[in-house]
Design a protein around this ligand. Structure first.
Ligand code: CO
Length: 134
C-alpha cells in the first residue's frame, strides 16, 4: 500500500528565515510561499532530487501546529507524507485495523491539490503520518 515518500514537513516559527537558510546555506530550490487557510498553515516547498521538504508556519487563529511550536520553539520535524494509490482504500484498511484518522476521517485537499489524510502519531511509532493520493 505505502508508496513513495512525498515529503517531510518541518514546522517553523519564521518561514522566510527557514527558507533563506535552505536557499543560502544549503543551495536548495525554494517554491513560492503559499497560504493554506483550510489547513491553518503557510507552506514553502523545498525541492530535492528525490523528495520535498515542506516548511510550515502557523496561519490564523488556532493553527494545528501552534502546540507543536510551543513545545518546539525553534521548529522541528512535524510529519512525514507517504503516497498511496487509493486514499479511501488505505483509510478503510487502516481504520479496520484500529488506526485512528485525525479530523472527520474524510480526506481534505492538500497543498498539491490532492486528497490527504493524517494518521494519529500514537498508532505510527510516535510520528504524525500524512497520506497523499498519488
Ligand atoms: Co504535509
Amino acid at each position: 500500500m505505502i508508496g513513495r515518500l512525498n515529503h517531510v514537513a518541518i514546522a517553523v516559527p519564521d518561514i522566510e528565515a527557514a527558507a533563506n537558510t535552505y536557499r543560502n546555506s544549503l543551495g536548495a530550490t525554494i517554491s513560492a510561499k503559499e497560504a493554506q487557510p483550510d489547513h491553518g498553515v503557510t507552506t514553502i516547498f523545498i525541492e530535492l532530487p528525490n523528495t520535498k521538504i515542506e516548511l510550515l508556519e502557523p496561519l490564523g487563529q488556532d493553527s494545528p501546529i501552534d502546540k507543536f511550536l510551543e513545545r518546539n520553539p525553534n521548529g522541528g520535524i512535524h510529519h512525514i507524507c507517504y503516497e498511496v494509490d487509493d486514499i479511501i482504500a488505505a483509510r478503510d484498511k487502516l481504520t479496520q485495523e484500529g488506526a485512528r484518522v485525525l479530523g472527520t476521517g474524510e480526506p481534505k485537499i492538500g497543498a498539491h491539490n490532492k486528497p490527504v489524510l493524517f494518521l494519529h502519531p500514537k498508532d505510527f511509532c510516535g510520528t504524525l503520518v500524512e497520506l497523499e493520493q498519488a
